[in-house]
Every structure is written in structure tokens, then in C-alpha cells.
Unconditional design. Structure first.
Length: 245
């Protein structure tokens, strides 16, 4: 397996060496709200700066950064990185007392999108590049593009996602030393989930726009059966306003 640091340095090298033309910057502020389906885990929303940069090949958008390796009207392949915000602390709630903290991490991966008219077919694969959960995912989604960036852009999507056993076990497993009455030991296995959501961009003025992303997951039994979870549904929303320079 490729060492996580090798992937990080590969991405940094691409970001620093690819020439950029016709770059566009947007700055703003956003709010991230998420469900933490682990019982008692902190799910308070938090404010983040929104920094959007779009060059010929490199981009930063919301909580994701990437490099467009190949891009035409019909096909695009992207190397990207984004945080995984599934972590929690044993001090978040009395139910989690005695649990070791599960840390947030950084996923990197490849995304390939095929565009056929307004339809978008996307396949992607990710891996944990910080070595915290050793997780991998593979997913496929279908989206439909309504409108355009000049007026109102709205792109709903739906699909399936596979998560490997290491990822499930890290965030939803209970180790033997953490087991107590009402929270038995549990080992997660790989799982298939349903994923769905939408992205929206709504111009307010020629330079100011509202941006929103809503992503939901309906987890399979390996997550839903964990003694740490109280629901098999989870959503994350990112909303903000930005100014284009």
C-alpha cells in the first residue's frame, strides 16, 4: 500500500508545479452543521472561512482541494483531498465515558465524472492519508444539473458507497477495553450505504453568491447495528456567502 505521506507530497507537488491561468478567487464565511450518529458525540455547528480558488487545473472549494488531471466537456478526472469529520471524544457525553477518542482525518482520492447532457455520472475512491483510521471508500453517484452558474445552479445526486471494515470499526466499533453494560464490544465490518444530496449556487449580485451543500447517508447494517449509533441516517450541511474578486 502506498504510504500516506507519499500521497500528500504527490498532491503538494502537483499544486506547486502546475501553471495556473485565468485564476478566480472567492472569499466568504460559512457554517458547517452535521449529525453525529454516535450517541452523545458533539454535533454543534461551527463557522469556517470559505476560500474558493479556481485555476486552470488547481481548485479549492469549501472543504475540498484538488487537481484536475484531465478535463473535457464530457469527462474529467480529479485528484482531491478533504477532511473526514467523523471523530468524537470520550468526554463528549457520559455515554461515551471510557471510550478512546476517535480522531478526524484527511481523505485523498480520485474522482472521475462523465457528463451526458445534464446528467453526471461520478465514480470515486478515497483512502485515509493520515493513517488514523486506515479507511477506504468507493462510491458511484448519478446527478442532474439544473440551471447554470450565471443564474441558479442546483445539482441533486444519489448513489451507493462502500466503506471498508477498518473505517467502520474505527468510528463505530467498541474495543474490549471500552465495553461496559449497555455498550458491549463490537467489531465493524465493511458496509454498503446509500448516499444522496445536492449542491446549489445562487448569485445574489454579480460578485456575491450564496453556496450550499447538503449530503446525506443511509448507513448499512454494520454501522446501524453498532451500540454507538442511534440512527442509520446522517446529514452534513455547508452553507455560506462568498465574494468573487
Amino acid at each position: 500500500m502506498t504510504h500516506p505521506r507519499t500521497l500528500i507530497w504527490a498532491m503538494l507537488t502537483l499544486l506547486l508545479t502546475i501553471p495556473q491561468v485565468q485564476a478566480q478567487w472567492e472569499l466568504g464565511v460559512g457554517v458547517i452543521a452535521r449529525d453525529a450518529i454516535q450517541k452523545g458525540a458533539d454535533s454543534d455547528p461551527f463557522v469556517v472561512p470559505l476560500i474558493t480558488y479556481s485555476g486552470e487545473r488547481v481548485y479549492f472549494r469549501g472543504i475540498e482541494a484538488g487537481v484536475r488531471l484531465y478535463d473535457t466537456e464530457q469527462h474529467s478526472t480529479t485528484l482531491f483531498a478533504r477532511p473526514r469529520l467523523d471523530g468524537f471524544k470520550g468526554t463528549d457525553d457520559p455515554f461515551l465515558e471510557g471510550m478512546a477518542s476517535r480522531r478526524n482525518s484527511l481523505d485523498a482520492g480520485l474522482r472521475h465524472t462523465v457528463r451526458v447532457g445534464p446528467w453526471q455520472y461520478t465514480a470515486l475512491a478515497t483512502t485515509d492519508v493520515l493513517g488514523r483510521n486506515d479507511g477506504q471508500t468507493v462510491s458511484g453517484t448519478v446527478g442532474y444539473v439544473f440551471g447554470s452558474m450565471r443564474s441558479l445552479l442546483f445539482v441533486p445526486y444519489a448513489g451507493v458507497e462502500w466503506m471498508n471494515a477498518d473505517l467502520v470499526d474505527y468510528y463505530y466499533g467498541v474495543r474490549d477495553a471500552e465495553a461496559v453494560p449497555g455498550r458491549p464490544a463490537y467489531s465493524g465490518s465493511d458496509v454498503w450505504n446509500l448516499v444522496y444530496g445536492a449542491r446549489m449556487v445562487a448569485p445574489i449580485t454579480p460578485r456575491v453568491s450564496f453556496q450550499g451543500v447538503l449530503a446525506g447517508t443511509r448507513y448499512g447494517d454494520s454501522v446501524a447495528d453498532s451500540p454507538l449509533t442511534e440512527d442509520r441516517h446522517r446529514a452534513i450541511a455547508i452553507f455560506g456567502v462568498s465574494y468573487r474578486f
